[in-house]
Write a protein that binds this ligand. Structure first.
Ligand code: CP
Length: 314
């Protein structure tokens, strides 16, 4: 069933996730053609509203929208009236008057995309809100995972690092679980909360986690910008205890374990330089797949339709 907004993974059924993943396949095939454009969103406009920095999400939404022939309007937040104190509501009302069909929003406050979705007829896509959700990241991760493991049921993903502050951990763990993947977490006890990880294994010891034999080790960026306290002694200590060091990488290679990371990476913290050239690193493929996954989302949504979106937590 088509929807107006794409705000989280929690409100999607497994069938909807699988439908979106299937839709992304022909969009990815498009990348190998000489003409990489389809007219699917011709005459539609996509407004990019990023209140937080982004490289991958911002650029891949822009590429996705342009490949679908949409017009892209990118609000340069630092140069906009936001810096004069304009509220998000007033900004959205102003932009709504320009009749955008889609609004892609990233904001440091959890729930801001939902608040915007409730005040506009445009389809709102959550490009990451606070520590709440990053649903298109979850979707592209699931797409990448399924390319490697077409039968997802019973597979295992170990998510490593700063679970507490990570919207990626929430959305990616949730989409994986919807596909029947077993998910476990590894990190310092201070960064792996009990709330929200019920029913999943929690490890604080790297060697113990490896005995669980994950198919994929999914590394999270240590988000210094969201930490208001010291959760571990030092970045060097974090790397030694939880990072994929050169020695650990060799052991992962022996076992045939894949590595994923949403980016941007902190080299020397959650991983060593060599991971980027590791043959089972899916990190660059995740970026490539982000375009196809986001095209599938844009194609699925129907601006101007649907009822008021519900409030969910991931
Ligand atoms: N993975 C991700 O959200 O990266 P950006 O912050 O660069 O968009």
């Amino acid at each position: 069933m088509a929807r107006k907004d794409f705000l989280d993974i929690a409100s999607l059924t497994r069938e909807e996730v699988e439908y979106l993943l299937e839709q992304a396949v022909p969009f990815k095939d498009l990348f190998t053609r000489s003409v990489k454009k389809v007219p699917a969103l011709k005459g539609k406009s996509v407004l990019m509203l990023f209140y937080e920095p982004s490289t991958r999400t911002h650029s891949s939404f822009e590429v996705a929208a342009k490949r679908m022939s949409a017009d892209v309007i990118d609000l340069d937040v630092p140069q906009s009236s936001v810096t004069k104190g304009e509220t998000v509501k007033d900004t959205v009302d102003t932009l709504q008057a320009m009749r955008a069909d889609y609004i892609v929003v990233r904001h440091e406050m959890s729930g801001m995309p939902l608040a915007i979705a409730r005040q506009t007829k445009a389809s709102v896509i959550n490009a990451g809100d606070g520590a709440h959700a990053h649903p298109t990241q979850g979707l592209l991760d699931a797409f990448t995972f399924k390319e490697v493991f077409p039968e997802t049921d019973g597979r295992k993903v170990l998510i490593v690092g700063d679970i507490l502050h990570s919207r990626v951990a929430r959305s990616t763990s949730m989409v994986m679980r919807k596909l029947g993947v077993e998910v476990a977490f590894l990190g310092p006890g201070s960064l792996v909360p009990r709330d929200g990880t019920e029913g999943m294994r929690r490890f604080t010891d790297y060697e113990e986690a490896m005995k669980w034999s994950p198919d994929v080790v999914y590394l999270l960026r240590v988000q210094m910008e969201r930490q208001d306290a010291q959760f571990f002694p030092s970045l060097g200590e974090y790397h030694r205890v939880y990072g994929v060091t050169q020695e650990r990488l060799e052991r992962l290679a022996d076992k045939g374990t894949y590595i994923m990371h949403p980016g941007p990476v902190n080299r020397g913290v959650e991983l060593c330089h060599e991971v980027m050239d590791y043959e089972r690193s899916l990190i660059n493929r995740q970026v490539e797949n982000g375009i196809a996954a986001r095209m599938a989302v844009l194609f699925w949504l129907k601006p101007g339709t649907g009822s008021e979106p519900p409030m969910t937590t991931e």
